[in-house]
Design a protein around this ligand. Structure first.
Ligand SMILES: C[S@@+](CC[C@H](N)C(=O)[O-])C[C@H]1O[C@@H](n2cnc3c(N)ncnc32)[C@H](O)[C@@H]1O
Length: 323
């Protein structure tokens, strides 16, 4: 086949693409105005929810995802923390529990886990490894001193989901902010690490729980898929992987491919557990669609906690391997 190059064709095509993008942006802007003026009853109706999913697909396709976003909260998703503690409660008295938390921003997530686990299970030897690609974040988290808004992009107080009792039990007052108490720092180590690095498992070792919240959504879907597969290699067979804040198609594809078992306890509560994610739907790429239980695949699609029964290097049951 001969390809004929017409001078100027590329710029005409890119003009169409740009024009299409501009039209798409305008369409989404108008839709957002109408959406915000609509009643909750209308928004919750089946056809409008389906339209919302269409808008969300458009928003995701058009998004220039931003990996530098760092805003977070203490106790960001309380039902998720409660489920982690419940799963961990099956561990025998005095056992050692290894948890890796990947992409945790300023450390609030890790100290929340440390508090929640130690409160319920003071007997376990808890070892938490925090892995984040940002050296600044690692230094900040290691210092562990917080003000309501540490980052310019923090939308509201980092403590807005923390009760008065938790504030008292977690922090001491310092001149420059609230400092995490020593007991919650015990067993926590901080590392600068890239979750996409294939040598991660050799560097960090196998874990009982691996938590990867709200950073995979900031990667393009193909990169997020590769990264999630890589992170999952850290989970010991029989251990748990927790991943929220990721495109649902990416997560459920990897979960199906790797035979993860979705944990459906409190699935509705976990889904609604981080109000910011739900509020971001349908116009933010990181927004979370409403849980639709009439979908045949709803458990796999909406579960954010999974039991990992085999590691990537192990063959699936029934698959023959060369001797
Ligand atoms: C929005 S914060 C998520 C904070 C926390 N996990 C939460 O749920 O609130 C995203 C964090 O992911 C980190 N991050 C982005 N890409 C990463 C990568 N490839 N490996 C490790 N951390 C990464 C960023 O440095 C940032 O601290």
């Amino acid at each position: 086949m001969t390809t004929i190059t017409v001078p100027g064709a590329r710029s005409v095509r890119s003009g169409f693409v740009k024009g299409g993008r501009r039209l798409g942006r305008m369409y989404l802007e108008v839709a957002a105005v109408v959406w915000r003026r609509s009643s909750t009853a209308l928004i919750n109706s089946r056809p409008v929810q389906a339209y919302g999913n269409h808008l969300h697909r458009m928003s995701r396709q058009r998004a220039g995802r931003d990996l530098s976003l760092t805003h977070t909260f203490f106790f960001r998703n309380r039902p998720q923390l409660e489920l982690i503690v419940k799963l961990l409660n099956k561990a025998p008295h005095g056992s050692t529990i290894d948890i890796a938390v990947v992409g945790w921003s300023n450390g609030a997530e890790i100290y929340s886990i440390s508090y929640a686990v130690r409160r319920e299970r003071p007997d376990v030897d808890l070892r938490i490894t925090g892995l984040d690609v940002s050296r600044n974040m690692v230094e900040f988290a290691r210092r562990g001193v917080y003000r309501e808004r540490n980052a310019a992009e923090q939308p509201s107080s980092i403590f807005e989901r923390t009760s008065a009792k938790e504030m008292e039990e977690m922090f001491t007052h310092e001149p420059d902010g609230l400092s995490v108490k020593e007991a919650l720092r015990r067993g926590v180590s901080w590392r600068v690490a890239d979750a996409t690095d294939e040598r991660l498992v050799e560097a960090v070792g196998i874990q009982d729980f691996v938590i990867a919240n709200n950073f995979l959504c900031h990667m393009q879907p193909n990169d997020a898929e590769k990264c999630l597969r890589n992170i999952s290699r850290l989970v010991a067979p029989g251990g748990h992987l927790i991943a929220s804040g990721i495109d649902l198609e990416v997560r459920s594809k990897v979960a199906r491919d790797l035979d993860w078992i979705p944990i459906t306890d409190s699935i509705h509560e976990l889904h609604e557990g981080d109000p910011s994610l739900r509020a971001g739907w349908p116009f933010e790429y990181w927004g979370l669609e409403p849980l639709n239980p009439s979908r045949a695949d709803w458990r796999m699609r909406y579960a954010s906690v999974f039991r990992v029964v085999r590691t990537r290097s192990e063959p699936a049951p029934g698959i023959r391997t060369e001797a």
